[in-house]
Design a protein around this ligand. Sequence first.
Ligand code: GRF
Length: 202
Amino acid sequence: MPVPAIAVCCSGQGTNLQAIIEAVRSRRLRARISVVVSDNPRAVAILRARAARIPTVVIDPRRFSSKEAFDRSLSRIVEASGAKLIVLAGFMRILSGWFVRRYARRILNIHPALLPSFPGCHGARDALRHGVKVTGVTVHLVDSKVDHGPVLLQEPVPVMEGDTEETLLARIHRVEHRLYPRAIQRVLSGRVKVAGRRAFIR
Ligand code: GRF
């Protein structure tokens, strides 16, 4: 059986990308990263991909007149790479309805909080400010609303008394790096069943 290809989209540090690269190397994740796409030419993620000899593409959003035009370009890159699954790993863009419909149930995202609590760009900071004692990590399918699609996996992370955003995020990241490759593997092996908002991993 050929190894399934995945496209990973990143805008920043790419520590989740690195965890995916390492999971592929150690065969915990039976996949091939066919392309890493970034909307940010300065993303550290690009350097990580290059170091792992993975093809990279930077798409400059300023070259496009609309969100959908950007997404059509992204779609062409994904298709040309042969990827069957799109993995968002710190990709700081909201995808258009067109893109989300086209790849329904084939886009994954990871969020640094237990959704539906604390959606948006600062999941860890918002949880800390709110004073919750437990936050966590969510891996979910992407639908047309931000941080909203059916949840695939979640894991709690405790908030400690002396936590700053930095220390909390570090603890969250450790969980993300373990959880995301596992979720991707399960989706690729066809072990996910979706019924409305509820997704079950068998
Ligand atoms: C992660 O915390 C992820 O949950 C969120 O963006 C962050 C990306 O971090 N969506 P990195 O670029 O993978 O280090």
